[in-house]
Design a protein around this ligand. Structure first.
Ligand SMILES: Cc1cc2nc3c(=O)[nH]c(=O)nc-3n(C[C@H](O)[C@H](O)[C@H](O)COP(=O)(O)OP(=O)(O)OC[C@H]3O[C@@H](n4cnc5c(N)ncnc54)[C@H](O)[C@@H]3O)c2cc1C
Ligand code: SF4
Ligand code: SF4
Length: 950
């Protein structure tokens, strides 16, 4: 961004938005500007807002220079409605407000709340929000409401429009209206009589036009997100209610939603699912018609191609393979408040289907795991096509609704149309009860002939849906840029003119997300297509959906996983084409910090990615490629002299501790922060929670008395060398405590040798030094084999990231247990635990999340304390081995919500990684240490056991 008017705009914005929230560097403009659609526009400036007043000022500043503005929530939109080449407004942390009413009948939500987080708050009341897009784990309330999103269960009855209880909006001129506040409603009439009278006149006009009113009612009996929510004009008489409901589905083109209050809906805990196979689509659709009056929450249809795309996935019956080419399936779910009601519903559904021929008998399952597998397979259908696509092509998901009674005919027509336009890989699935089908296909946008093919297909598809079925071209994903050229085709000239009048009333200057929903350009859907060039096989299958973003500790500081991939794609494109070398050089330079240095390498992105991408692996590979030959040689040297290196670290910790004792925390912090600043960040950060050197000497093998069970125990290098923080005098080193605890459970400890030289390889792996990492892992494997008598004895690690690394490295050759697993499964059953009454907080580190042992960690803590707090806002702490010293801003950013989420009465925290505990202690304001300390404190031997001599 530099050209006018954006230079002037930036200057005026800097009067009320701090510089770090005005993004103008080319890397973040490109990557933060990316959404999940197949369109690309690069914003001229990105502005992060924290409060409503900033939104108002920003709107005024944009109006002054006539700069269009686009609002963004999570950027998971698929139709091109969340992108811009002008001002992109993102939400900062200040928009996460969630207030549940006393009876949980309503919930007031700010637009930055993730849908799933709102549901997590409501779950304890047996309620949830109505809208249920498949993207709910990433999508935010602002986008869910502005797209009028819906999903498998909500139908039309529970979408944002129909569950809206109140809304607070900021209009283009800065006027704020809070529809739940009578004073605000009254003031609005005074301030914006033009809008109130204008909407009143439009609504009256529609009500007086019986044919138009009937058409609007007819079209909204189906799911429909094409154009504006014209049903507001027939459903409401008060212009303020009309306005409130027009905001739903307005895609940021009528104003900013700064809060929305939903009526909540029940969330039943008793569920049963059945995957029902049919020989042909007609029979499946006949079953749908019957099921429409049965007690079902969801009925998902999948055609044969969709089933083929997931055939062989765990949890699916093998009989799918035997279905003929015209076969289909329905995935049906029924939900009830209790088991008895559920059983009655299952019986009723089965009775409903009794007269319909199915490929095999209908069987419902109430096993949560089996049901989850069915639904996960269903959710994986879109990504499965994305993952199989040819490099460089795009995966497109379309979203259409037909009258449900014509679903079979429409599905067959769609199949034929896709085949006729050369999309043999296309699959069709969708929410059958609503007649809402999604079809997914891959498309090359790199050659003009392919764009022409897409043009031809879109024209034919839109005609089919509108002229033959009078269906909706977009049922739930929003109009965006993709269907904007076809809104008039679907709605007709009269309704389209009405939409234009609405836009003019709200936004006469056309500055709010122009080009979205209404677009006079008949080619708009073919412009600004996003390139998806090959950049690295590790991430080439990325569909830029954004599902990984909420997991990432660096999101909002530098880049999220999706943004790292989008950035690397552009760099690869420029490098490959040789185009614009100065821009390529600038992007490379920016990527070093934003992409590479500030990735924690935590791998949590993979836990949310529908195609299983771990962006951290790409980043570690780039670190390895970036490292100089000297750096690789230094790594080899360190690997070969590990004991001496860690002794050096211990000396450094000792020196820092002595100095800390001499000059005190404040002076230490002040001087070392100053030195770090002077060094331009080259010196590591000092933390008042820094570890002191550990004092630990491993016991002798022959010291374990005869008859005592043995365990091979590997204390990590951090556990061996980093002791408790200053102020925790008299605290034993972790291995000493672990030995003591294991003894209480009747185990003597054997250490792999030579212990001081051993390392799992994790510190090398995280720097991309794969060869040194694997060498250390191999050494450790040998030592563990010997100590464990070739795996006959249990092998226990005290540090979760190291356990995780070795588990992956060994691939099952030796069974490794993390301390959480060993304590939960083996130690606790053998000891007596005295429960504390004081609360404890725990932090499951990333590897614990990836190993799936969070429940067991919580279980251990729950045995030891009456109150256990896990802070759901904090996933990865961002300390990442040594990043907490070298890139401390990542740790600070990742833990910015920690302290506020901890109750003041809590003063003890527990985790399973010593380095992570340094940052956690600093930002919580009280020490975090290994969970082993807590268990040791509370545990007593269940029987009188002989203690092993040390
Ligand atoms: C894999 C995948 C599956 C999906 N499945 C579904 C599905 O099942 N059902 C469905 O409906 N959608 C689905 N979507 C599309 C999308 O995820 C949803 O529409 C989602 O609700 C968008 O929310 P968001 O937070 O990402 O909004 P964004 O994409 O950030 O924004 C959406 C629109 O809202 C506007 N907006 C954002 N915040 C505000 C605000 N505060 N005030 C006014 N306007 C605002 C934006 O300008 C934009 O036009 C899917 C997407 C993907 C990638
Ligand atoms: S890495 Fe996975 S989750 Fe993230 S944007 Fe790409 S496909 Fe989506
Ligand atoms: S590895 Fe962690 S820090 Fe890196 S991109 Fe993935 S989630 Fe973000």
């Amino acid at each position: 961004m530099t050209p006018e008017p954006y230079r002037a705009l930036r200057t005026s914005l800097s009067g009320f938005i701090p510089g770090h929230r005005l993004i103008t560097d080319p890397l973040r403009l490109l990557t933060w500007g990316t959404d999940a659609s197949f369109y690309r526009l690069v914003p001229a400036i990105v502005v992060v807002v924290e409060a409503e007043n900033e939104v108002r000022q920003l709107l005024a500043a944009c109006a002054q220079v006539a700069a269009p503005i686009t609002f963004r929530a999570a950027g998971t939109s698929l139709s091109g409605q969340a992108i811009t080449d002008s001002v992109l407004m993102l939400l900062g942390d200040g928009w996460r407000g969630c207030t549940v009413s006393p009876d949980a009948g309503t919930v007031a939500l700010q637009p930055g709340v993730i849908g799933a987080a709102a549901n997590a708050r409501l779950a304890r009341h047996g309620r949830k929000i109505g809208p249920d897009p498949a993207s709910i784990d990433a999508a935010m309330i602002g986008g869910i409401a502005a797209n009028n999103s819906s999903g498998m269960c909500c139908g039309t009855a529970q979408n944002s429009y129909h569950t809206l209880a109140g809304i607070r909006v900021v209009l283009a001129d800065g006027t704020v209206l809070d529809t739940g506040d009578p004073a605000s409603r009254a003031a609005f009439g005074e301030r914006r009589p033009d809008l109130v009278h204008g909407l009143d006149a439009l609504a009256r006009g529609v009500r007086e036009n019986a044919a138009l009113a009937a058409r609007i009612r007819h079209k909204f009996r189906m799911k429909n997100t094409t154009g504006y929510s014209l049903n507001a004009l027939v459903d409401f008489e008060d212009p303020i209610d009309v306005l409130a409901h027009l905001m739903i589905g307005s895609e940021g083109t009528l104003g900013f939603i700064s809060e929305i209050t939903y009526r909540t809906v029940p969330e039943y805990s008793h569920k049963a699912s059945a995957l029902i196979l049919f020989d042909d689509i007609e029979t499946a659709c006949r079953a749908v018609t019957c099921l429409s009056s049965a007690p079902v929450a969801a009925v998902e249809l999948a055609d044969r191609a969709a089933l083929r795309s997931v055939e062989g996935k765990p949890g699916l019956p093998e009989s799918i393979g035997a279905l003929g080419p015209g076969g289909a399936a329905l995935l049906v779910e029924t939900r009830a408040a209790d088991g008895t009601a559920l059983a009655a519903q299952v019986a009723e559904v089965q009775k409903t289907l009794a007269g319909i021929h199915t490929a095999e008998p209908v069987r419902f399952s109430t096993d949560p795991q089996e049901c989850a597998r069915f639904w996960n397979v269903r959710k994986g259908m879109f990504p499965s096509v994305g993952a199989m696509r040819k490099l460089g092509t795009t995966v497109i998901i379309e979203d259409v609704a037909f009258p449900v009674q014509r679903l079979a005919e429409a599905t067959l027509d769609l199949q034929q149309l896709l085949a006729a336009h050369g999309y043999p890989e296309a699959i069709i699935f969708g929410h059958a009860l609503e007649g809402n089908l999604h079809f997914v296909f891959t498309q090359d946008f790199n050659v003009p002939a392919e764009i022409e093919r897409y043009r031809g297909f879109m024209a034919a598809f839109c005609r089919l849906v509108v002229e033959k079925y009078d269906g909706s071209l977009k049922a739930e994903h929003g109009t965006g840029r993709n269907i904007a050229p076809f809104v008039e085709l679907e709605w007709g000239a009269e309704a389209y003119a009405l939409m234009r009048s609405i836009k003019r009333l709200f936004d006469p200057e056309d500055l709010l997300n122009p080009g979205v929903i209404l677009n006079a350009d008949p080619e708009a859907h073919l412009k600004h297509l996003k390139p998806l060039p090959a950049c690295d096989p590790i991430v080439d299958q990325c569909i830029e959906c954004g599902f990984c973003e909420p997991k990432c500790p660096s999101r909002g500081l530098t880049l999220s996983p999706r943004q790292r991939i989008a950035g690397w794609r552009e760099i690869a494109r420029l490098d490959h084409s040789g185009e614009d070398a100065p821009r390529a050089a600038e992007l490379h330079q920016l990527y070093d910090y934003h992409g590479i240095d500030t990735c924690a390498g935590c791998g949590l992105c993979a836990t949310a990615c529908p195609v299983g991408i771990e962006t951290g692996i790409l980043i570690k590979a780039l670190r390895g490629r970036r490292a100089s030959p000297l750096a690789h040689r230094v790594a080899d040297f360190v690997a070969d002299h590990y004991g001496a290196t860690t002794a050096g670290v211990r000396m450094g910790l000792g020196a820092a501790n002595v100095l800390h004792g001499l000059i005190g925390t404040r002076a230490m912090q002040g001087s070392l922060d100053g030195l770090r600043k002077l060094s331009g960040g080259a010196l590591p950060k000092w933390s008042p929670a820094l570890a002191r050197p550990a004092h630990f000497a491993p016991g002798r093998r022959d010291a374990i008395p005869r008859g005592v069970e043995r365990v091979a125990y590997f204390p990590s290098c951090a556990a061996r060398n980093m002791g408790a923080q200053r102020g925790r005098d008299g605290t034993d080193a972790l291995p000493v405590v672990a030995e003591r605890l294991f003894a209480k459970a009747g185990f003597g400890v054997l250490y792999p040798q030579p212990l001081a030289e051993l390392c799992c390889g994790q510190p090398f792996e995280s720097k991309g030094l794969a060869a040194a990492a694997d060498r250390k892992s191999a050494e450790l494997e040998g030592a563990l084999r010997e100590a464990s008598e070739d795996g006959r004895l249990p092998i226990v690690f005290d540090t979760s990231p190291c356990a995780y690394r070795m588990k992956r490295y060994l691939g099952g050759r030796l069974a490794i247990q993390d301390s959480i697993e060993f304590i939960h499964d083996t130690v606790l059953p053998r000891v007596t635990v005295e429960r504390k009454t004081t609360p404890v907080s725990i932090h499951p580190v990333c590897s614990v999340r990836k190993m799936g042992t969070v429940d067991r960690l919580e279980g251990i803590a729950g045995r030891c304390s009456a109150e256990v707090i896990t802070v759901s806002e904090v996933l990865c702490c961002g300390f990442a081995g040594d990043k907490g010293f070298n890139r401390p801003e990542l740790n600070e950013h990742a833990l910015r919500h920690l302290k506020a989420a901890l109750p003041a009465r809590c003063s003890a925290g527990y985790s399973t990684s010593r380095t992570c505990e340094i940052g956690l202690s600093e930002y919580a304001g009280y020490p975090y240490e290994s969970i082993i300390y807590l268990v040791d404190e509370c545990a007593k031997p269940a029987v009188d056991r002989r203690q092993p001599a040390r």
